[in-house]
Every structure is written in C-alpha cells, then in structure tokens.
Design a protein around this ligand. Structure first.
Ligand SMILES: [Zn+2]
Length: 245
C-alpha cells in the first residue's frame, strides 16, 4: 500500500474509534462522575505512553531541534486554549447547559486531536510499523475520550447517535494533521526532530493541563494515578517489545 494511504487508513481508523466510546452510555441517562475521571485518566495515560515512545525514537535526532519542537507544541496548545477562551475549561460539566460550553468542548477536542495527528504523522515518518503502533494506541485512547465527550453531549440532550458522529468529527483534525505532518517530513526530512518534539510537548502538556486536573476531583488521586500509570506502562512495555522508532 502507498505509505500516504497507510497514514490515511490508520489515522481514519483511530478517528472512527471515538464512536465506540458512546457504548458505556447505552441504556443509561448519565455516566457516573468517577467513570469520567477514569476515562480521562485512561486516555491521558495512553497519551503519556505515546509521548514516551516518541521521545525514545527522537533521542538520537538533533536534541536541540527536538526540544524547540516540544516548546512549540506546548505553546501551540497553550495559545490555542488562550485564544479560544478554553484554558480553564473542565471537560466534565454534565450540568452545564450554556450553548457556549458545548461549542468550546467541541473546539477543545478538535485542537487536542490535531496534536495527536502530528504524533501519528511523525511516528509514521520514523517508520510505518512504528506509525501503525502509534495510531493504534491513539485509536484505543480515542475510545475513552469519545466516552467523555459523548457524556457531555448527551447530558445536553444530544442524541447518542449524533454524539457518536460529533466525537468522530472532532477527530477529523487528527487525520488531516497526520497526513500533513507525514507529507511535510517526506518533503523536508530535517523537520523530523521538530515534529517529534512538537508531538511530545503537546501530548504531555494536554495530559497535565487538560485531562488530569479534573480527574483528581472526580475519582480520587489514588485510582487516577493508578489508571494513568498502568495505561502509560502498557504502551511503554509494548513499544519496548515491538516496533521501536
Ligand atoms: Zn487525547
């Protein structure tokens, strides 16, 4: 298969997995709050695992460019949050009914997914098997993130089917950025450490600033720390056994 089609196929598969995230909402009106915390912790742990894998594959590639790329990744998330007024947005307000909140949650999810698209594209450029591994890890993580988004949307009277569609739609940025990043690195291989650094910086920042803070309020620090660490450890273990960069 053409490498760009591989990127398209696996990033689309990852994006589509968000729809699976609505399943825990079948037959229930509201998700227990600690489930939301655990879902975000699971997603965050998988993201940290992916960041670790990218960091390992970046370690021998121009450290300064990688570090500057990471700084850019952090700035990207921080500035897009600030510009859209979503810096302190909690992704757990099931009782919040203002239309503004709904749009902001969708926007935050789209920006979040874009950073993960860079991670997929950069990993694919390292080598395709590592890229497929990364895309599959992001695919699994899109399920609990889809659950959190669907919980927020259905609490605002969005139908479950539409919530599934919106969860996938916010991941379109993931597919686009995966392809653009892959194509850019193919055209200019010098961008590789920048892209890897950007992905690592933005993923870790998203976990620390967006996902984890509210988790602790929902489910308690011990269970959140354990879920996060086990998820991260699984990815780190798998990457050390399998397709390293
Ligand atoms: Zn994520």
């Amino acid at each position: 298969m053409d490498p760009t089609l591989v990127v398209l196929f696996y990033s689309s598969l990852a994006a589509g997995m968000a729809a699976v995230g609505v399943l825990p909402l079948l037959g229930r009106r509201k998700l227990p709050r600690h489930w939301i915390g655990w879902s975000n912790a699971l997603a965050g742990g998988l993201m940290l695992g992916v960041a670790y894998a990218l960091l390992v594959s970046a370690r021998e590639r121009v450290p300064l460019s990688g570090a500057l790329g990471a700084l850019l990744g952090i700035l990207f998330v921080n500035r897009t949050h600030a510009a859209s007024g979503t810096s302190e947005l909690d992704l757990n307000r099931l009782d919040e009914t203002s239309p503004d909140y709904g749009y902001k949650v969708l926007l935050v999810n789209a920006v979040h997914s874009a950073a993960e698209g860079v991670a997929i594209g950069a990993a694919m450029a390292v080598n395709l098997s590592f890229g497929v591994f990364t895309a599959l890890a992001i695919a699994v993580h899109n399920v609990p993130e889809g659950t959190v988004l669907a919980a927020i949307l259905t609490s605002r009277s969005v139908r479950l089917r539409d919530a599934a569609g919106l969860a996938v739609a916010t991941n379109v940025s993931q597919v686009l950025l995966a392809i653009v990043t892959f194509a850019l690195i193919a055209a200019a291989p010098g961008l590789m450490p920048w892209a890897l650094g950007f992905a690592v910086g933005s993923l870790i920042y998203l976990v620390l600033a967006e996902l984890l803070p509210e988790c602790y309020r929902e489910a308690g620090s011990t269970s959140i720390a354990l879920v996060t660490l086990v998820a991260m450890g699984m990815v780190a273990l798998l990457v050390s056994l399998g397709p390293g960069g």
